[in-house]
Each structure stands twice: as C-alpha cells, then as structure tokens.
Design a binder for this molecule. Structure first.
Ligand code: 1MF
Length: 183
C-alpha cells in the first residue's frame, strides 16, 4: 500500500505513545524504513507487520489497532492537504458512502498503483444502510469500521456499525450502518 498508509500508522502511534514506542514497534516488525514516502508503493506485508507488532507491543488486539488506524486515517489525510477531497464526494455520510468508488477512482488518477476496494450500498431502512466491502486484501474489515467512524466524526454525525458477516460468505464483508442525526 502507499506509504501514506504506513505514515498514518506511525503518526497514530507517535501521537499516543511517543517515538520510542514506535521505534520498538518498527524493530519488532523488522521494518527499518527510516521514513515512509507517501507517494511510494510498499508491499502490503509492511503494513500488516507494523499492525501485528503494534498489537504485541501495545497489548491490544490487532482488530483494535486496525480500527484506530482507520479512524485516524480520515483525520490524517485531511491534515495532509487532502481535506478538500472529502467534501467533493458528499455533504453527509450517506452521500459520501454512496460515492466511495468515485472517490477512489479520483485518487487512483494520482496513485496509479492503488488497488482500491469497492463498495455496494443499499438502503436498509429510514436511518440504515447496508454496505458491501469488496477488497483484494484480507483482514482489513476492522479498519473499515474505523474509517466509517472517522468519517461520521468529520461530518458531525453519529453512527453505529455492525459487521454482519465476513468475506468467507460471498467473498465480501457486509456492514450494517445505523445513522443518527448528531446529538
Ligand atoms: O492500494 C493502496 O495503496 C490503497 C491505499 C489506501 C488502497 C486503499 C486505500 C484507502 N483505504 C485503505 C483501507 C482499505 C484497503 C483495502 O481494502 O484494500 C480506505 C478506503 C475507505 C474505506 C471506507 C471508508 C473510507 C475509505 O477511504 C476514505 C479515503 C480514502 C483515500 C483517501 C482519503 C480518504 C486519500 C486521500 C488522498 C490521497 C490518498 C488517499 O492522496 C492524494 C490524492 C489525490 C491527490 C494527491 C494525493
């Protein structure tokens, strides 16, 4: 994945635990890259190893680390100059989620080696959506939960996310989102 993803992991760990902890995580992961380059593509194993090492060093389940990374990704990319991208694809979470494939197509113009996931969205009630998450990568469903929560926060909305089933069924993860107007 692009270095921007690994930088988001680094930024999250450093902000909460400090640079010595990040150095420990990098050492345990066997990833000694002195600094990730945002626009460079790295093997997926680099990201997976960093998440696994962070889970061990911080004593938190890998799923919790992934969810935190997903939530941080939204703030992190906004802070790094890509903030104008979000409002281009929706004014509400509901609109944005319906436009996720369009947003990734736009980002893919710049990041040609991107392998973006794909989403199918269905209405599932007055305040509910079903979201199919199709990805070439395994194990990232918890990150998508964090991404959705981070998006909700930027749009000042409240959201509850249920992981209905994993990719062993149909080859995709299914989420059910309950959208609540922000309190
Ligand atoms: O292949 C890749 O390197 C890759 C990297 C990041 C593929 C996807 C992504 C983003 N994706 C990561 C987790 C899923 C990975 C997978 O299943 O293969 C997040 C996708 C996502 C899912 C749910 C809700 C929101 C999501 O994304 C929101 C998002 C996605 C991309 C950006 C911002 C928000 C983004 C913004 C600016 C970027 C790059 C990514 O950089 C740019 C863009 C244009 C011009 C200059 C820089």
């Amino acid at each position: 994945m692009y270095g921007l993803v690994n930088k988001a992991v680094e930024d999250l760990v450093c902000a909460h635990y400090g640079e010595p902890t990040w150095a420990q995580i990098q050492a345990r992961a066997g990833v000694q890259t002195p600094g990730f380059v945002s626009m460079e593509s790295y093997p997926d194993e680099v990201t997976y190893k960093l998440v696994a090492a962070a889970s061990e060093v911080l004593g938190a389940p890998a799923a919790a680390v992934l969810e935190a990374v997903g939530e941080h990704w939204i703030l992190f990319t906004a802070r790094h100059g890509y903030g104008e991208l979000l409002p281009m694809f929706g004014a509400t979470l509901r609109e944005f989620v319906a436009n996720l494939d369009n947003m990734h197509a736009r980002v893919g113009l710049t990041f040609a080696r991107m392998r973006p996931p794909s989403f199918v969205v269905r209405e599932a009630g007055p305040q509910a959506l079903e979201l199919e998450y199709h990805s070439s990568r395994e194990g990232l469903a918890p990150m998508v939960v964090g991404l959705l929560k981070g998006l909700a926060r930027t749009f000042a909305e409240d959201i509850a996310v249920e992981h209905v089933h994993g990719r062993e069924r149909g080859g995709f993860d299914l989420f059910r989102l309950e959208l609540q107007p922000a309190a």
